[in-house]
Design a binder for this molecule. Sequence first.
Ligand code: ATP
Ligand code: MG
Length: 247
Amino acid sequence: MTITDTPELAASMRLGYKDYGHGEAAVRALDGVNVDIARSEFTAIMGPSGSGKSTLLHTLAGLDRLSSGESTIADTTITSLNEAQITEVRRKYIGFVFQSFNLIPSLTAKENITLPLDISGTDVDPAWFDEIIGILGLKERLTHLPAELSGGQQQRVAVARALVARPEIIFADEPSGNLDSKSGSELLSFMQSAVKDFGQTIVMVTHDPTAAAYADRILFLEDGQIVDEMREPTADKVLDRMKQMGH
Ligand SMILES: Nc1ncnc2c1ncn2[C@@H]1O[C@H](COP(=O)(O)OP(=O)(O)OP(=O)(O)O)[C@@H](O)[C@H]1O
Ligand SMILES: [Mg+2]
């Protein structure tokens, strides 16, 4: 029998441990994490400050190495690869949105968006580019430098840059953290529709119950462990759960 409806994994981690420092100063940032990230799902990671959210995001994305355990991206076990090979996997499969945007100040919005594709020598799909730019409301801003854009527009440029290459998986650390609530909800709606309409996979770290409610699934971290999971979240349900965790 062929099982056809088993969801494929965009990323996974098995018994992931991450230790920083040595001896007295040693910190266990991840403490035996098991997680599966299904394709075409929007996952939010929540938890108190210092619970290991950024560490989980960075080790899942291959930006940082686990101390022990195994993790995969698009069925490739990255934990057994060397640095050059991990860089290649990241380039091929991963898009990033950081809170600090990471835009190049001397490049226009358009040049920033296509930079990763230009670096890897991949052609930009003009129809897909136009669709993203249209939905994100950046059409009239493509020739502007980052300094000539508002914070929300800069963040949308960073999201467009992550989406334009159609990566297997987008990792976002507090993507709406620097935005006013209107720009933040526009951005999160767009990320949600990229998942629903285009099958994009997104993993997002957030402190904000309203932001987390846009996700399909929330993972709750505490002391480096996944202590709970919630599907079909609402901001109220998330807030209740966070109160239990002693926020
Ligand atoms: N480079 C590092 N060296 C030493 N300890 C680190 C390092 N990075 C993180 N840690 C420690 O690991 C733990 C988890 O950190 P992490 O940044 O993953 O937390 P977080 O959940 O993202 O917190 P926040 O919500 O404040 O961003 C913390 O105790 C932190 O102090
Ligand atoms: Mg963090």
